[in-house]
Design a protein around this ligand. Structure first.
Ligand code: NAD
Length: 247
């Protein structure tokens, strides 16, 4: 593993444009479980509450669970070492952007500046009628569903539900960066969610070296990954950082 980490560090140091592509796995050590898998949220909750047509039929019902998952349960999560290493890499010019499937805002809280949020952000809520954006910290979640102070319409978390399209700017920026990338570091993603999983695939097609950090194999591992660092995100990125800056 040590040798693989050294090799990965050298490739990153030599690259002129590196992106990170992150999934739910990077936030597991911050206490946010993934959706899928043995300890996944879908073992406890019905994914229907995040289905757009179901939500539009009965937002009050869905909000009971949405509040519990995203505004009670996740509210106190903080960035972990993996988020912090990526932010420092960006600051030192070793990482140009983060494309994240996550909606937890932890990359920004860690200090990352260029983050393309492929699936939106749970810390913002949007009025589906007038488009006004509200910050979760300003919402009183005792009264659900929360409503717009302009027109009384129910607010929806500003991340995409099943059945919704990817936010256009994030989509375009993610693929533009994937095309430029010489290296793509995939952290904690099953690769099962499309079209997000096409981002590292596009990077690979354009000649990027793919470095994957995940304790398990994913849909990427045997297809596009060049170096699989088989470990948890925080440990592995911490070790990688030592080689990036100390050698
Ligand atoms: P996912 O595709 O994001 O994959 C989770 C992956 O993380 C798995 O491959 C697993 O092996 C890996 N993993 C687990 N612990 C890890 C660790 N400590 N270090 C590194 N990797 C680790 O899976 P999903 O949960 O099905 O997510 C689907 C989509 O749901 C995501 O793309 C995201 O949009 C959303 N989601 C977001 C959050 C969040 O914002 N934190 C949480 C859950 C789901």
């Amino acid at each position: 593993m040590e040798l693989l980490i050294e090799e990965a560090a050298k490739i990153i140091r030599d690259s002129k444009f590196t992106i990170a592509f992150t999934g739910a796995g990077i936030s597991v050590e911050s206490g946010i479980p993934p959706f899928r898998g043995k300890h996944g949220l879908w073992n406890r909750y019905n994914p229907e509450v995040l289905d757009l047509s179901f939500y539009l039929e009965d937002p009050a019902h869905c909000w009971k669970y949405i509040r519990e998952i995203f505004y009670d349960f996740f509210a106190d999560a903080n960035p972990n070492d993996a988020h912090l290493v990526l932010a420092r890499m960006q600051e030192k010019g070793l990482l140009q952007s983060v494309v994240t499937q996550n909606i937890d805002n932890l990359h920004q809280e860690a200090g990352s500046k260029t983050v393309h949020e492929f699936h939106g952000n749970s810390k913002k809520l949007k009025c589906m009628k007038c488009g006004k954006i509200f910050h979760a910290k300003d919402i009183n979640f005792e009264n659900i569903p929360p409503k717009c102070d302009e027109d009384g319409e129910v607010l929806k978390p500003d991340f995409i539900f099943f059945g919704e399209g990817i936010p256009r700017t994030a989509y375009e920026n993610s693929f533009a960066d994937a095309e430029k990338a010489e290296v793509c570091i995939i952290v904690g993603s099953t690769g099962e969610v499309t079209p997000a999983s096409f981002v590292p695939r596009a990077a690979k097609q354009n000649g990027a070296t793919i470095i994957e950090i995940n304790p398990q194999e994913s849909m990427f591992t045997n297809y596009i990954t060049d170096i699989h660092l088989k470990g948890k995100a925080s440990d592995t990125l911490t070790q990688l950082e030592k080689h990036l800056f100390d050698d």
